[in-house]
Design a protein around this ligand. Structure first.
Ligand SMILES: Cc1cc2nc3c(=O)[nH]c(=O)nc-3n(C[C@H](O)[C@H](O)[C@H](O)COP(=O)(O)OP(=O)(O)OC[C@H]3O[C@@H](n4cnc5c(N)ncnc54)[C@H](O)[C@@H]3O)c2cc1C
Length: 401
């Protein structure tokens, strides 16, 4: 069969390599090189999968959990590791099961995939402008500025719509729509969060470790423990990015930071009382530093209406209680997420109801397939999004008839 793949990213390259064992495969990409987004993954180190079980993968899948069951059963994270090892790429597992090339170079992952695709015809600098099915010929027609081509099967592997300078500018949604597919509205995921309050820019660059970011999104309670940081307009860092993926489809969002999640309210009250007695002659500015970084402490005291020069012994019982409450629940007014462009992944995309989860084939058009981030599947950080790209590519390639 003659097969076209639109997109030479993670999913397109993997599907191309697999399909080219038996078929004539052409991969189109608008870019001058393959895997432009892959190149910037994992801060240039490419966290290409997670050394985890199928169940753990699904736990880290936010949208598309049920849909991904079949694909991840066909290609497990361990299979992905073995695949790259067999191609000669040495791999290593780091904190949280994250898998990287030993070289710490994403370019080595790209090289492996390119080697795997040696039988494919790769057409770079060639954007697909139009995709049609010609029923009289029983063929798909692909139009680019350089020509018109006909294929028996087409795989859309165009990615999402964030970091569009890497080529993923949402063209796949346009192709899918033309075939009658429903597109789930796209939203940024794994993106920083904008906060209404102005104080955040005073804290830009300050990071907090071992805190909980708590949220309520349309009534649903959420809580993530770990590291976060303040940006010019809001918050970022691991737990903020995770939170963004859970709140991006919600209408009402409330957020707060628990600076001392390891301590219950009661334990914290006791500790504060003890510290107040021991540090009674110090200023509140000094006192607060035993709980928080100085700049954050300053903001907390501002919120309490307490001067940093005030002596600890002047703290009333009511203010002490308020202080404890703020340490446990420092509210942040949610404004919105940072723009789509800055999301590590795109949430939303080609609706899953109209895609066969075993094969990735469109239920509306035989011979047409969608793989990777163009689908309405998104996962947390840790190598799960590339795992999705590879697993959907595999399901498509091995089941294509
Ligand atoms: C900064 C950053 C870091 C990331 N780090 C990680 C990580 O460490 N681990 C992880 O698992 N995930 C990571 N991700 C997410 C991961 O990169 C994506 O989920 C994954 O690349 C999606 O693969 P894909 O094949 O669907 O799309 P892409 O890799 O985006 O490839 C799509 C390709 O299609 C091409 N294309 C689009 N439209 C057309 C057209 N009309 N004609 C021709 N070609 C077209 C594009 O040029 C592009 O090359 C990261 C993302 C970003 C932005």
């Amino acid at each position: 069969m003659r097969i076209a793949i639109i997109g030479c990213g993670a999913s397109g390259l993997f599907a191309g390599g697999l399909l080219s064992q038996q078929h004539e495969v052409t991969i189109f990409d608008k870019n001058e090189k393959c895997g432009k987004k892959l190149y910037i993954t994992g801060k240039g180190r490419c966290n290409f999968t997670n050394n985890c079980s199928k169940e753990q993968f699904l736990e880290n899948t936010i949208n598309g959990k049920k849909f991904m069951y079949s694909a991840i059963s066909q290609l497990s994270p361990q299979n992905i590791i073995d695949f790259f090892e067999q191609l000669g790429l040495k791999t290593k597992t780091e904190r949280g099961g994250r898998v990287f090339p030993v070289s710490d170079k994403s370019s080595d992952v790209i090289k492996s995939l390119q080697k795997f695709c040696s039988k494919c015809q790769i057409k770079l600098n060639e954007q697909v402008d139009d995709l049609h099915y010609v029923s009289s010929e029983n063929l798909f027609k692909i139009s680019t500025k350089k020509g018109v081509y006909f294929f028996d099967r087409v795989v859309v592997a165009t990615g999402g719509q964030s970091y569009s300078s890497t080529g993923s500018s949402g063209d796949g949604y346009k192709f899918a729509k033309a075939f009658g597919h429903k597109i789930i509205p796209i939203k940024p995921a794994l993106a920083p969060i904008e906060i209404e309050e102005q104080f955040v820019n005073q804290l830009q660059g300050v990071s907090l470790k071992n805190v909980s970011l708590n949220g309520v999104a349309d009534g649903k309670k959420l809580s993530f423990f770990g590291e976060m940081l303040f940006t010019d307009k809001g918050i970022s860092g691991p737990i903020s990015l995770t939170m963004s993926s859970y709140i991006n489809r919600a209408e009402n969002v409330e957020l707060s930071i628990d600076f001392k999640p390891a301590l219950t309210m009661e334990m914290l009250e006791k500790r504060v009382l003890k510290d107040v007695q021991e540090l009674s002659n110090k200023t509140m500015g000094t006192f607060v530093c035993s709980y928080l970084p100085k700049s954050v402490g300053k903001v907390l005291l501002q919120r309490l209406g307490i001067d940093i020069q005030q002596k600890v012994n002047g703290l009333t019982a009511a203010k002490r209680e308020e202080f404890v409450q703020l340490l446990k629940s420092f509210s942040l007014k949610f404004k919105r997420l940072y723009p789509l462009e800055s999301g590590i992944v795109t949430s939303g995309g080609v609706g899953l109801d109209q895609i066969n989860p075993k094969t990735m084939e469109s239920k509306l058009q035989k011979g047409l397939y969608f793989i990777g981030e163009v689908l309405d599947v998104d996962c947390l950080t840790g190598g799960y999004n590339l795992t999705t790209a590879f697993a959907t590519a595999y399901a498509c390639a091995v089941n294509m008839k």
